[in-house]
Design a protein around this ligand. Sequence first.
Ligand code: FMN
Length: 363
Amino acid sequence: MSGTARSRGGSRVQLTLDRTVNVAPMMGRTDRHCRYFLRGFSTRMLLYTEMIPAADLVRGNCARLLEFDPEEHPVALQLAGCDPQQLAAAARTGEEAGYDEINLNCGCPSDRATGGVFGAYLMQRPETVASCVAAMRAAVRVPVTVKMRIGVIEGRGRAAVEASRRFDEAERGALYRFVRAVRDAGCDAVIIHARKAVLGGLSAQDNREVPPLQYEVVSQVKTAFPDLPVVLNGGLREPDAILSLLDVLDGIMLGREAYHRPVLLARLDALVFSREPNPSSLHPNRETLDAVARTHAIERMQRYIERQLAQGEKLSAVIRHVQGLYAGEPGAHEFRRTLSEGARRPGAGAEVLAAAVASTQAR
Ligand SMILES: Cc1cc2nc3c(=O)[nH]c(=O)nc-3n(C[C@H](O)[C@H](O)[C@H](O)COP(=O)(O)O)c2cc1C
């Protein structure tokens, strides 16, 4: 699939997407304000929404959640569900709203997922997921992708922890059956969180730290399915490590690090998309690059906040996502405190950002 086409709504849809750098779907974080903020660090990366249940979307309960700013493109909508027709209808709604990709969540180990409704639980049902992907694929022209784990295990206690660390041939067989099923159903790319989901044994939060990451398993998926774009997710932090992974994989997806240290996205943009012959030559300019990215982000968000406040949005709803702008820098604490206090002041506006920046220098 390549090129562009007209969507039903008449707008232009992009049928091929650059998947080199992606920001992960994160409930409670990657809402439209967060995505707008992060877009300021790189125009090329692909941004994902929070997960939206297909059932809610079809019932019309989430229209507001679908809203996004044109500057967010390219942006992918993540859906949750296991009913092919419902997912197809939700995917169509997403495409009509202008999303550039529809993604199915098969990686979330939350309690609702273990109740059999969505998420990592679906990795035990490759045929069901294949039916869902085929229905979504038939319903939209934009890419349909799957976000998944390297495997799932059920249970609690020591045995589950031990099992979660292993990766044996039976597990590889299950993983490849799943990938083959979704690829054959028309999935355009898989995004693989490189650790197993532990169903019923760990909280979703704990299951983002343990079991250990197994990047080599994801690289082996790429070797086994060379024509399928494979994006690796989980625990990525350092640009050099990311660049090495990009030698073998089609892309990387950053979750927490992108949210808590967004300036990293500007660094990655320079390293990955500028096609520098010697990326390490950019390292001496890191401070300058970071400073330019921060100034640009502040100016852009000041204008955005003014527009959002004029439309009746709460200042705190936008500003909470900017907290990580000075992460790891002198003045980070003052920046965060000035932002939080400023956002609570009645009548406060975009000037809170400038005050927070000034506070980093007044230490
Ligand atoms: C607060 C939070 C919410 C998340 N919500 C979702 C979600 O809605 N859908 C999803 O597929 N993954 C979700 N994830 C998992 C991330 O997409 C990602 O797979 C995980 O954080 C590992 O990547 P990281 O180590 O780069 O953070 C969430 C993660 C966090 C921290």
